[in-house]
Design a binder for this molecule. Structure first.
Ligand code: HEC
Ligand code: HEC
Length: 401
């Protein structure tokens, strides 16, 4: 038996073709129009033209794969995957092995042809926001990763940074201990170190410097008046700088070299402007999180009024049944009628799962597409399905509650 809408579509087509004698372009356009309805009803929950949602972006997919492949894939993608088709296996694995539902029984070949015509038609258009709700999701998810991508220094593994700092500290401490031990042993060297020859040798200078005697650096005695520095009777000693001061000075030189290498040669550090931008970005991310924080605690109560549940049921049938089954028995998504939950079975937990989704596992985030009230209605409807034991129920997943 041919479905009624098919007949109408077909006769409509024949009429247009016959009346206008317009040939293939008109037929194609007509196919695309019919395809759009099929697409929105069956595919839009998981696909958009320009962005990966649950399934891949479909723009130009006909150029990647032939029409015949597309028809087979839409009819039963798993059959292709199991037959070992290279492209099908590749795309299946790329999308976390989320199987696409088979449309071989629910859609006629004609309808699949229309939907392919629609995809071709859309691909030939320039970027256009199609299927508004889906486009919104891509917007919402696209911004944060882009922002994160710029914060490059965060990508360095913290373990590595920590190891560097630890190694530097250990080296510094070892050096300090060595110097202190060396100073302790100086008296044991006896008077021989005061020998003039030794004193003026390199080792001697280092030794006396460690003892705190700076005269070895210039060979001059302490507290001698500088002969040429006499300003209106004010005279000046020609003393050496204190060793601690010099040591600090040398440290600044070493630091300066390190600083220059770090910031200007290897460019491993962020300069001020960059640092400022990073902070602003983090602040923006922080503010965005605050406005709609997934961890915020909610205290919703399950709705029990018939009207709310009726509305929840309608929402469920249009938005969720494709993946959770018409009775909540579970298909792509888990069974929602048993006592086992992956993400918690309290109404607030369900609300959160529905609102933010589990994009990595194929559960769509519904915020922006459903209002808060709608999400609460559909969550309450799901809970009203508890214990209904539908036929073909999917095996339990998660923890019993
Ligand atoms: C429940 C979610 C879901 C629905 C509904 C869905 N798809 Fe998919 N689709 C996927 C996933 C996931 C993949 C990734 C590959 C796989 O599952 O094997 C995919 C892959 C595809 C591919 C292959 C893309 C490529 O790059 O090779 C095409 C074509 C496709 N889908 C078309 C459709 C059409 C047409 C419809 C509607 C009739 C539809 N899909 C409905 C989830 C879905
Ligand atoms: C494109 C397919 C898809 C659609 C559409 C979808 N879901 Fe899901 N849903 C999933 C998948 C897959 C999971 C499992 C996620 C996981 O493994 O973590 C899931 C999980 C869930 C869970 C958590 C179940 C548990 O055991 O904790 C709830 C609740 C849920 N979905 C409700 C909904 C509602 C309500 C809608 C409609 C507004 C909906 N889903 C639409 C695929 C879908």
């Amino acid at each position: 038996m041919i479905p009624l809408k098919n007949l109408i579509a077909k006769s409509g087509l024949a009429l247009v073709a016959g009346l206008l004698l317009a040939g293939s372009p008109a037929v194609q356009a007509q196919d695309a129009v019919a395809g759009k309805a099929v697409f929105n009803a069956n595919c839009a929950v998981c696909h958009s033209m320009d962005a990966d949602v649950v399934g891949p972006a479909l723009k130009n997919v006909h150029e990647r794969r032939g029409d015949e492949w597309l028809t087979k894939f839409i009819q039963n993608s798993q059959e292709l995957v199991q037959a070992g088709d290279k492209d099908a296996v590749e795309v299946f694995e790329k999308f976390n092995k989320i199987p696409m539902p088979a449309f071989g029984t629910s859609l006629s070949e004609e309808e699949i042809k229309h939907v392919i015509a629609y995809i071709k038609d859309e691909s030939s258009k320039t970027v256009e926001a199609e299927a508004a709700p889906v486009a919104e999701v891509t917007d919402a998810t696209a911004t944060p990763p882009a922002a994160e991508a710029d914060v490059a220094f965060l990508d360095l593994p913290p373990v590595l940074l920590f190891t560097f700092v630890l190694a530097a500290l250990i080296m510094l401490l070892t050096a300090l201990v060595l110097v202190m031990m060396f100073r302790l042993f100086i008296p044991m060297l006896g008077d021989s170190i005061y020998d003039e020859d030794f004193r003026s040798s390199f080792a001697g200078r280092v030794l006396f410097l460690l003892k705190g005697d700076t005269t070895v650096m210039t060979g001059k005695a302490k507290d001698k008046i500088h002969s040429t520095h006499d300003f209106d009777g004010i005279q000046e000693y020609d003393n050496d700088l204190p060793p601690w001061w010099k040591a600090l000075f040398y440290v600044t030189i070493v630091f300066g070299v390190g600083y220059m290498l770090h910031y200007h040669v290897f460019k491993t550090g962020a300069l001020q402007t960059e640092e400022y931008e990073m902070e602003m970005q983090q602040a923006a991310m922080f503010a965005a999180n605050n406005a709609d924080d997934p961890n915020a605690v909610t205290d919703y109560e399950v709705l029990t009024e018939a009207a709310a549940l009726e509305s929840g049921k309608a929402l469920y049938n249009t938005n969720c049944a494709a993946c959770h089954g018409t009775e909540g028995q579970g298909t792509v998504g888990p069974n929602l009628t048993d006592e086992y939950w992956l993400h918690g079975g309290d109404v607030n937990e369900i609300f959160k799962t529905v609102k933010y989704g589990v994009p990595a596992k194929g559960m769509v985030p519904w915020q922006g597409k459903l209002t808060k009230d709608q999400i609460l209605e559909v969550s309450s409807y799901i809970l009203s399905l508890q214990g209904t034991n539908p036929a073909n129920a999917k095996e339990p997943q998660g923890e019993k509650e």
